[in-house]
Design a protein around this ligand. Sequence first.
Ligand SMILES: *[C@@H]1O[C@H](CO)[C@@H](O)[C@H](O)[C@H]1NC(C)=O
Ligand SMILES: *[C@@H]1O[C@H](CO)[C@@H](O)[C@H](O)[C@H]1NC(C)=O
Ligand SMILES: *[C@@H]1O[C@H](CO)[C@@H](O)[C@H](O)[C@H]1NC(C)=O
Length: 509
Amino acid sequence: MKSQFFQLFWSAILAGKARADLPFYTNATAYNSGAYGNFPNQTFHSSDIVAPRFLVNKFEPDAIDKAPYLFFEWLYDGVGSPMIFRSDDLSLVYADPSYPGSGDVQIQTVFGEDYLTFWGGEEGFGQGNGHCYIFDQNYDLVHVIMPIGVAPGRFADLHECLLTSEGNVLVIVYESAVFDLTSVGGPVDGLCWDQLFQEIDPKTGQLLFSWRASEHYAISDTNRVYPDDHGDDYLISARSLDSIILINGTDGGTLWTLGGKNNDFTDTSGGRALGFAEQHHARIRGQNRMTLFDNHNRKNGVGCVTGCSRGLELKLDLDAMTAKFVREYYHPTGLVAAGKGGYVPLENGNALIAWGSQPSITEHKGDQVVMEIQVGRLSDELLFETNWPYRAFRMDWAGKPAWGPSIAVDSSAVYLSWNGATELDSWAVLASEKPQDILLQWETLAESKREGFETTIPLEGPKPHYIRGLALGNNGKVLGCTPVVDLQTGSYISTDDNILCSNSLKESI
Ligand SMILES: *[C@@H]1O[C@H](CO)[C@@H](O)[C@H](O)[C@H]1NC(C)=O
Ligand SMILES: *[C@@H]1O[C@H](CO)[C@@H](O)[C@H](O)[C@H]1NC(C)=O
Ligand SMILES: *[C@@H]1O[C@H](CO)[C@@H](O)[C@H](O)[C@H]1NC(C)=O
């Protein structure tokens, strides 16, 4: 900051070296044995957010995909949030603890505008009951989507909050109903979950299309045994049928079925292409390329017991009706994900895999694992206690929060953070004897690059009366100002000058 208004006479007092968040754990044995708690975490001074403290088994910054942010959800003991992390140093960028249960956190683009989207609500037994949330770049909530005309108390399931290219939203619903379950060894009037999906126009709230599984599939089509757990066409992934099905967008009829008892395809890879089971996140990507997360966890039927979950890529030929195995990615420890899981192909050809009910995220470059991180213990006992990352995404995002940056001070340091601000590059700490003198009387005490979610600048020696933080972008542009802290009383002075502060400082720096 080069300005006649900013003399650096306090810098000798204050300019200790800035510190960042707590370091990652690297000892997998200790982490997975619970030595750091079931949910290794960290807290901050300037924010109420609780963030996961990763186990980093492998991280090769040069080999991972270049998209700057990583997206997934995290939850323990009712504390949790959709989250965004930087790709380069894995530091937290954004969390919103007002959505403790969430999933499918990602950026979706409609007509050139980027939106942060996720499902949020309550989860149990592999289903969710909640809403699909859509936020703009200021993190303002623009749409809350819930299904239309379904049973009372039933809302959107966690597995999809998908925007179409026209900006409509696809949601899934579970509804419980009475069915004849004798074909799978159950009673004649047993309760069974029926599943629907709906396409909804968020602007008008109009229901555009609805499809109900029980109208198209018989109970006997499942490979499960009672009482096991639970203009455009639509691709659905039917986990309990071990099938991926293309639905006619006009009449709801089945166009084709890949895998399971009603399979229409010939496996040209000797069984390797169609051997998936209990899968998640099936997607057709461009030229007949299909990706999915093959949980493959069931012990009966086609399932297997260990080392079987994988990311799977297939090539479909829809004229010849053949399916060919292309590649698969196993977890380095061969783990099995009982539920959830996602496979996202990245820009640079890598694959990003979230291991669902096992709290691990890996990135694969061919046969190499270039990132392997955990956000909790790998443990079968903890499987149903929490909401592990369902899917992880690596994407670009420009988050410009409507709220300002935060500051906290204790006897030894100043703590600075700005939840959600992707353009934040560095911090300046200003000092003054008079809080109301926004421009003329502030002096620069210290400057620091952003160091993790919360940048810590040690306070040493005699202290000025008032301080505040300035959030700076690249080239020192002022993006926001924190409240003023009275260091003599420890109180925070809320000034209404945030906009004035940014504007006037912009001129003077
Ligand atoms: C990792 O943790 C285990 C168990 O807590 C311990 O026995 C081992 O010495 C640690 N390894 C390293 C390299 O610190
Ligand atoms: C949160 O982390 C602390 C260590 O920083 C640990 O003692 C505690 O057990 C963790 N909490 C949970 C719920 O795992
Ligand atoms: C989809 O359904 C409509 C209406 O029944 C039908 O006209 C159309 O041919 C079907 N599409 C395909 C690809 O079969």
